[in-house]
Design a protein around this ligand. Structure first.
Ligand code: SF4
Ligand code: SF4
Length: 307
């Protein structure tokens, strides 16, 4: 199809708003490409085909060429309205638009290569975004680890003598008092204990969440890591996990999801990943829900003491 975009250069985000905004910009570039493609096809249509298109829309159309562009784009994205590519168009109106496109091209059918090219491109964009999010998380964990070292909460680099004199001076300035350091280490231990207790409480959720993931993809979506906070990264930084490559079989999912569930250590899992309970999950917890909520609140308090 000839459409290329340097996704590495186009995408730099560290928040959900930034992710969505840049995704919209990149999709707009693709839409412009398909609009040019649509205009070329429109110009090649005979007057009879154009009349069939306008007639199949079933209403007076002041700008049939513009409607044609919408129909062409709709065809590319799969034939029905689908966020984030087409919004504000009902499935019924989408069906009319797509039927009009088919009527204009009859007896030929809308070309499949446009749709295949679109899907390939979209898959590449999502994979790029997942890799960037995994890298962003890795950088945030490394940053949190540096701060823990500077504060004297972690001692490893000082002990090995690998810091530069400037870094050592900086670390001395940033070093926390003994009481602070003890509080932070104690809160780390409290978080670990509470996570282990919640692991046991969440066992009844495994079949419920497993079925949900198979049917809907579940709640471990691509943007979840973009709402993690500094204390989430600090808890991970005490025992930094190795950088992870997103599983290509789980397109659109959180980069840390694997075939058997989350690949991050459960005892250091970010807060939203531990505290979010949908209605089905709440129902599955039954009489243990209240106790679970209490444990999550204690975890919230313990986590707030990590900084
Ligand atoms: S918590 Fe709810 S939405 Fe998330 S995977 Fe489980 S059942 Fe699905
Ligand atoms: S639980 Fe794991 S896989 Fe799910 S959103 Fe959180 S980090 Fe990602």
């Amino acid at each position: 199809m000839g459409f290329t975009i340097d996704l590495e250069a186009a995408l730099h985000f560290s928040s959900i708003d930034g992710y969505l905004q840049q995704q919209r910009q990149v999709v707009a570039s693709l839409r412009a490409f398909y609009d040019a493609d649509a205009a070329r096809i429109w110009n090649a249509l005979s007057p009879v085909q154009r009349a069939r298109f306008a007639g199949a829309l079933g209403r007076d159309v002041a700008l049939p060429e513009r409607e044609w562009n919408r129909a062409w784009w709709l065809h590319a994205i799969g034939g029905t309205p689908r966020a984030p590519f087409v919004t504000g168009l009902s499935p019924e109106d989408g069906a009319v638009l797509f039927a009009a496109l088919s009527a204009a091209l009859d007896p030929a059918v809308p070309p499949s290569d446009r749709r295949a090219a679109f899907e390939a491109w979209w898959a590449a964009l999502i994979e790029r975004c997942r890799a960037l999010i995994a890298r962003y998380v890795d950088e945030r964990i490394q940053g949190a680890r540096r701060r823990l070292l500077d504060e004297g909460v972690l001692e490893a680099d000082v002990a090995t003598g690998t810091q530069s004199p400037g870094a050592i001076r900086h670390a001395r300035r940033s070093r926390r008092g003994v009481g602070d350091r003890q509080r932070i280490r104690a809160s780390e231990q409290a978080c670990l204990d509470l996570h282990r207790a919640l692991d046991l409480r969440f066992r009844p959720l495994q079949p419920v969440c497993g079925a949900c993931v198979r049917q809907t993809g579940g709640c471990c979506t691509i943007t979840v890591p973009l709402i993690w906070r500094e204390n989430d990264f600090r808890l991970l930084a005490f025992d930094t996990p190795a950088p992870m490559v997103p599983d290509p079989a789980l397109a659109g999912a959180c980069p840390f999801l694997g075939a058997s569930g989350c690949r991050l250590p459960s005892e250091r899992r970010p807060h939203i990943c531990r505290s979010f309970l949908c209605e089905s999950a709440e129902a599955a917890l039954g009489t243990t829900l209240e106790g679970t909520r209490g444990e999550i609140e204690r975890l919230t308090r313990a986590r707030s003491q990590l900084a």
